[in-house]
Design a protein around this ligand. Structure first.
Ligand code: NAD
Length: 251
C-alpha cells in the first residue's frame, strides 16, 4: 500500500488498459479518479469497487479537460491513457478523424499535463505516465494519425521529463504491443468474416504476426509496470519509453 495518500487520475479508465492501471494503483492504496465513457451502471460499479471519483469529461474538448482537472483535486499520479485509432490510406484519411486521433492521443495529454504539473512541482513529487504504443517506436501502414500521435507523445514525454528533472516529478511512456482488451476482442469476428479466417488464424496470423512471443500483453501487466514507475526506486527513471510488446520492437 505504498501509494496511500497519493491521488491518481487515469484517463480512459472505464475499459481496457486504463481500467487495469486504475485497479493496480488502487491495490497499492492510491485514491482513484476515473474518466471515460460507458454505461452508467457499469461506471457506478467501478466507482464502488475502487471508492473512486469519476469525470465524464470528453477529452476532445479543452474546456471539459480544464473542468475535470479543477474538480479532480491535487493529482500526484497522472496517467494519460485514453486513446483512439482510425485506419485508412493517407490520401483517404478523413481530416476530422486526423484531428480526433491527434486531439485525444496527443493534445489531451498536453492539457492534463500542463494543468497537473504546478501542483506536482509544489508538492515535490509526481508521476506522469503516458500510454503510448509500439507505434511510438515503429510504424504500420494506414495508421498515419495514430503513429504520428504516438511518436508525438513519446517526444512530449521526453521534453517534460527534462523540464521536470529536478522537481521530484518523473514522466515516462509505457508502450504496449497488442493488449487483450475489449477493443481488440471485438475486432476478431469482423476480421474472421472479412478475411475468411478462423479465430485462431486471426489471432496468430493477423494480430500476433508482429509479436514474437505470440501472446497478447495482458492489461494487468501494464498495470504492474505503471505501479513500478510510481515507486520511490523509480525516481531516476524518467524520459523513458518502456516497451511491453512481446519483443515486437526488438525485431
Ligand atoms: P479501450 O477502447 O478499451 O479504452 C479506451 C478508453 O478511453 C475507454 O475508457 C473510453 O471510454 C475512453 N475514451 C475514448 N474516447 C474518449 C474521449 N473522447 N474522452 C474521454 N475518454 C475517452 O482501449 P485500450 O485498448 O484500453 O487503449 C488504451 C490506450 O492504450 C490507448 O491510448 C491506446 O492507443 C493504447 N494502446 C492500446 C493497445 C491495444 O492493443 N489495446 C496497444 C498499444 C497502445
Amino acid at each position: 500500500m505504498f501509494l496511500k495518500g497519493k491521488r491518481a487520475l487515469i484517463t480512459g479508465s472505464t475499459s481496457g488498459i486504463g481500467l487495469a492501471v486504475a485497479r493496480a494503483l488502487h491495490a497499492e492504496g492510491a485514491e482513484i479518479v476515473l474518466n471515460g465513457f460507458g454505461e452508467d451502471s457499469e461506471i457506478a460499479k467501478l466507482r464502488e469497487e475502487m471508492s473512486a471519483d469519476y469525470s465524464n469529461a470528453n477529452l476532445l474538448e479543452a474546456p471539459a479537460i480544464e473542468q475535470m482537472m479543477a474538480d479532480a483535486g491535487d493529482i500526484d499520479i497522472l496517467v494519460n491513457n485514453a486513446g483512439m485509432q482510425h485506419v485508412s490510406p493517407v490520401e483517404e484519411f478523413p481530416a476530422e478523424k486526423w484531428d480526433a486521433v491527434i486531439g485525444l492521443n496527443l493534445t489531451a495529454p498536453f492539457h492534463t499535463t500542463r494543468l497537473a504539473v504546478p501542483g506536482m512541482k509544489s508538492r515535490g513529487w509526481g508521476r506522469i505516465i503516458n500510454t503510448a504504443s509500439a507505434h511510438s517506436l515503429t510504424a504500420s501502414p494506414f495508421k498515419s494519425a495514430y503513429n504520428a500521435s504516438k511518436h508525438g507523445i513519446a517526444g512530449f514525454t521526453k521534453t517534460i521529463a527534462l523540464e521536470l528533472a529536478q522537481t521530484g516529478v518523473t514522466a515516462n511512456c509505457i508502450s504496449p504491443g497488442y493488449v487483450w482488451t475489449p477493443l481488440i476482442e471485438g475486432q476478431i469476428p469482423d476480421t474472421m468474416k472479412a478475411r475468411g479466417l478462423s479465430r485462431d488464424e486471426v489471432i496468430n496470423d493477423v494480430l500476433l504476426a508482429k509479436q514474437p512471443t505470440k501472446k497478447f500483453v495482458q492489461p494487468n501487466e501494464v498495470g504492474a509496470l505503471a505501479v513500478f514507475l510510481c515507486r520511490e526506486e523509480a525516481g531516476n527513471v524518467t524520459g523513458a519509453n518502456w516497451s511491453i510488446d512481446g519483443g515486437w520492437t526488438a525485431g
